[in-house]
Design a protein around this ligand. Structure first.
Ligand code: MG
Ligand code: ZN
Length: 216
């Protein structure tokens, strides 16, 4: 019973995701689904990314959070259009939520839509929202065992950001083994080592994003 219900939920979600994807493609919008644990640094990374790219391409942001609009307020300060989705306790965003949020965006004017998903390493990876690609932020303080413990999100993501890389000397995070596990799970995965406090790896990450948006 439970398995059948889950299949139906995902099937209905996939239908709306396909509609979203069609509209994004018609309007020429590239969409990134940004995922990662709470505290992995998604919003700070987003701020740093917007600071580098917002004068080059037109970006809008959708912020997914359980309750508050704290992250949306941080993005708004940068002068970037942002829509807050509160899931009222729901642990992921789904395609209908994105469809609804997009109704208040002028997609034809947007080059790049960044969706910051709810902080969670599990179900955000199961719900297609119609994005072009998924990205996952894994901070060094979370531990090098996370790729093998939460394989789906790393298999689904085109890119992993090993964030807070400046904290490496203060942890027992094994960078070599984490990279090997990521490559085993997803041989073509792109890996960036980033630190938002030391500003490392961010230019490379933003160059990569810009190329993806320009290639649409
Ligand atoms: Mg956040
Ligand atoms: Zn969930």
């Amino acid at each position: 019973m439970e398995i059948k219900l889950m299949k139906n939920i995902l099937g209905a979600n996939d239908e709306v995701a396909a509609q979203n994807r069609k509209i994004f493609s018609e309007r020429g919008v590239v969409v990134m689904n940004l995922m990662g644990s709470p505290g992995s640094g998604k919003t700070t990374l987003l701020e740093k990314t917007l600071a580098r790219l917002a004068d080059k391409i037109k970006i809008a942001v959708i912020e997914g959070d359980l309750f508050t609009a704290k992250d949306a307020a941080r993005i708004e300060k940068l002068g970037v259009e942002v829509i807050q989705i509160n899931t009222a306790g729901g642990c992921h965003l789904d395609a209908p939520m994105i469809q609804k949020a997009c109704a208040s965006l002028n997609l034809a004017e947007i080059d790049f839509l960044i969706v910051e998903n709810v902080g969670n390493l599990v179900c955000p990876a199961e719900f297609d929202i119609g994005e072009n690609f998924k990205a996952v932020v894994l901070s060094i303080t979370e531990g090098d065992d996370k790729p093998l413990k939460y394989p789906l999100i790393f298999k689904e993501s085109e890119v992993t950001l090993l964030n807070k890389i400046d904290l490496l000397p203060f942890t027992n995070f094994d960078l070599k083994s984490a990279r090997e596990d990521l490559m085993t799970l997803h041989p073509s995965i792109k890996i960036f080592e980033t630190s938002c406090t030391k500003e490392t790896g961010l230019d490379e990450w933003c160059d990569w994003l810009l190329k993806k948006v320009e290639a649409r």
